[in-house]
Design a protein around this ligand. Structure first.
Ligand code: CTP
Length: 220
């Protein structure tokens, strides 16, 4: 089901520049997205990996990596590649806010406080949900500290997703910067599957199996 399919995966954080030397970022390691890209490539998928500024690389000839830095660059790269993708997995931790102005020169300190004004970035996943093509499978991620399931299901509906992968911040060893993850996968048919804590490579295989089950269900 995966072989020969075009797969778009995003991974890592975005960096939103304040001035030439400073940025607002987050602690995403990119490991989950890279593991997903490699797992789909192992199954014969043609993978485009759009990756924020992390050192980790996908080690596979069938993964073409596009490196980006900002949410705006992630948006442009995703828009360019999403239309002809069969399966899209948005594992990146895209910044929700970016500084309204990026200073051309390094900001000098003053005596008082510094107030940074931030504006919302474009919600790439929501836009993909709006323009989703027939048969395209769109998968989002959610990172929740509390009320995880309800929020994830709401997000799935609101953004017109086929599936959502919830990482709970309450689980030790799961989520940002770990080599392991503990996820629950929800689909739009109301199915959910809670997995044990395992390596990100194993979680990637669980996601692929969930996509295969979903595709079988969707065809019926
Ligand atoms: N996402 C995106 N574009 C953004 C922000 C997030 O495509 N500008 C994607 C992420 O890649 C992820 C999902 O949306 O797949 C996360 O959804 P979001 O609503 O941003 O989750 P949280 O940041 O956890 O939301 P909230 O702040 O509402 O808790």
């Amino acid at each position: 089901m995966i072989s020969g399919k075009k797969i778009l995966v995003t991974a890592g954080p975005t960096y939103e520049p304040i001035d030439p030397v400073r940025f607002i970022g987050n602690r995403s390691s990119g490991k989950m997205g890279v593991a997903i890209a490699e797992a789909f490539a192992d199954e014969g998928g043609d993978v485009v990996l759009i990756k924020g500024p992390v050192r980790i690389e996908a080690d596979h000839t069938k993964v073409k990596t596009i490196n980006i830095e900002t949410a705006e660059e992630m948006h442009s790269a995703c828009m360019k590649h999403c239309t002809d993708s069969d399966i899209i997995i948005m594992a990146a931790a895209v910044a929700d806010y970016t500084p309204i102005t990026t200073h051309a020169e390094k900001l000098k300190k003053g005596d008082g406080n510094l107030i940074l004004e931030l504006e919302r970035t474009k919600d790439i996943l929501a836009q993909m949900g709006l323009q989703k093509k027939e048969g395209q499978i769109l998968i989002g991620f959610a990172l929740e500290s509390e009320e995880g399931s309800d929020n994830a299901i709401q997000k799935l509906k609101k953004k017109n997703l086929d599936m959502i992968v919830l990482n709970s911040l309450q689980n030790k060893g799961a989520g940002f910067q770990h080599d392991t993850n503990q996820v629950t996968i929800f689909d739009k048919f109301g199915n959910s599957n809670k997995f044990d804590l395992k390596s990100k490579a194993e979680v990637a295989i669980d996601i692929i199996n969930a996509v295969k089950n979903y595709a079988t269900h969707a065809q019926q």
